[in-house]
Design a protein around this ligand. Sequence first.
Ligand code: PLP
Length: 451
Amino acid sequence: MTRPPLTNMQTRDVEALLHPYTNPATLRAEGPFIVSRAEGLHVFDAEGRRYLEGMSGLWCCGLGFGDAELIETAREQLGRLPYYHLFAGRSHEPAIELAERIKELAPGAARVFYQSSGSEANETQIKLVWYFNNARGKPQKKKIISRAKAYHGVTIVSASLTGLPYNHRDFDLPVDRILHTATPHAWRGAEPGEDERAYAARLARELDALIEREGPDTVAAFIAEPVMGAGGVIVPPEGYFEEISAVLARHDVLLIADEVICGFGRTGQWFGHQTLGFKPNAISMAKQLTAGYAPLSAVAIDAEMAAAVEDNASRIGVFGHGFTYGGHPLGCAVGAKALEIYQRRDIPGHVRRIAPLFQARLRALADHPLVGEARGLGLLGALELAPDKSGRAAFEPAGKVGARMAAELQARGVILRAMGDVIGFCPPMIIDEDGIEELFAPIPDALDATL
Ligand code: PLP
């Protein structure tokens, strides 16, 4: 097949940009997909073709793309106070208002700290955990346990927490003090005859053994996405967090919930940890915190951590951590408005009402010969493409079939993300029955064309 030559804009792109998560050689041959505008659930390419954005951009635009209130809030805030910071005791009202709203929604949150990205939020989490354990006289207790296939970001420590090989390879990661335990994915990981609860109990025993091996006095925290996102939308087995939490409590290991994807209604509750029934000591938030309209992330810590951190910083004389754009007034104003909209429109309630239809449409695709497993929770979903349905087989080389499927979908007007051979779904949370119909209608045909 001969490819059309790159457009002028595509040529300018490949000559000027290095793209994240992109094969540069493929990009030079095929050219980037250039999006020129967006509206509601849809984005439009440079030629004006319309696509349903089934991933909310990168799991962030929960209110879709044209929310007039968010746009007006951003405009107003830039006019009134385009920049200020929180360093050296300075503050501004949007930062205060958003922190109050987070405290109101996040159970146990005592203090909020801002950054710009999810990676920085998790970087802050680990620094806070180390600071906390120094403050409480446990300087040896510093190792952090994450999970294979986790995604926690790309800065040095957050990329180390991430459990995906391409985030480590040739970047000399992970750094020391970061350990990984198993992915909680029953379809791939459970033994024949082992039910979800027994599998969850086994994973908890494995975690316990890891902590014992390393020495409980050296292990500080466990970090987890309630539902794993970029690793392939992996919903943990029943009882998983209950079992894991008991192990962590026994060894005085903190539990950090990375709610960067699951936060603010995505699973039908305000936070994923509420849907999955566990109580973290600290929470990372980003993406839907501002509905994607401005970069901002937040870390919330519980009263015990907050008190120890504040006491230690007072003793030292300063809390020596912070980012120029942490708590940017634009991000905070948009974030406070987004949270107000989620509450006023009861977005978690809407997700609870619409998710059964979304999940039913997804699971109806499980019989297709290319689909190994169809899974999800709330308005998160995945089709894992595989040679069979055993949970033991995978396509070689990984990712080719997934990429073909994503291209077939895009040709039919739907944007979904291929994560290897897993097709991820994360539509704007405002999606209705018609949107779900539009999202799923082309999928059987795209699966057939990919076969
Ligand atoms: N944590 C989770 C769960 C994520 O999904 C992501 C990004 O996808 C991050 C952290 C990193 O966020 P950012 O890309 O804003 O640094």
